[in-house]
Design a protein around this ligand. Structure first.
Ligand code: IMP
Length: 193
């Protein structure tokens, strides 16, 4: 059976990705399986660059084919930021709710509602050779904070053609449409074929 290392410490991402991998004959290894505790600095200028930094690091440290994802939300009323700074942007506020309320206020004041999530996955299976798989989902910012599932910005993102936020969808429902699952399916199709 083929095995792949997923370079991430984000428990929620790991849960989402494990659910997708369960359906395929590929063993998914985590950083704790290979006892890797250190991580590289994510100083890339795009989702793709940051994903590459992580997958290359994981492959070089372990010799196991490694993939990493870098993802985030891009919000129209914030000039399509925070993007690659999504994690840091959230941490600038005392609570997630404070951050969400600021985003909602900006959205209402500007009338700009659009947003999208993007994921770039990089797969490294030989030194300095990376393959990139992208996934994107378009939607809008909710006018209130809703839902208890998921993580990060899920409670304020409503995907197009839905009237629920990502945080009101189960993992299974989110995985049917999310940016991350789109990119993961492209990766799996590549690895299997
Ligand atoms: P990183 O890819 O681990 O650097 O994290 C990017 C950040 O973007 C996360 O910490 C979340 O705040 C946000 N993010 C990425 N994907 C999702 C998602 O599927 N739902 C909600 N927030 C997300």
């Amino acid at each position: 059976m083929k095995q792949l290392l997923f370079f991430s410490n984000n428990k929620n991402k790991i849960i989402e990705i494990k659910k997708i991998f369960n359906k395929f004959d590929i063993k998914l290894l985590s950083l704790s399986d290979v006892k890797l505790t250190d991580e590289p600095e994510e100083n890339g200028k795009s989702f793709e660059e940051n994903a590459k930094i992580k997958s290359n690091y994981g492959f070089n440290k372990t010799g196991v084919p490694c993939f990493a994802d870098d993802s985030g939300i891009c919000i129209e009323s914030l000039n399509w930021k925070p993007g690659i700074f999504s994690k840091r942007f959230l941490k600038n506020f005392q609570t997630n709710e404070d951050c969400f309320n600021r985003i909602i206020k900006n959205m209402e004041n500007s009338g700009k509602k659009k947003a999208y999530f993007k994921t770039s996955i990089s797969l490294t299976s030989s030194n300095n050779h990376h393959i990139i798989f992208n996934g994107k989902i378009d939607g809008k910012i909710s006018s209130n904070i809703r839902g208890v599932f998921g993580f990060g910005y899920d409670p304020i993102f409503i995907p197009n053609n839905f009237n629920k936020t990502f945080a009101e969808l189960s993992i299974k429902e989110k995985n049917e449409i999310s940016h991350r699952s789109i990119a993961i399916m492209k990766l799996l199709n590549f690895v299997i074929n």
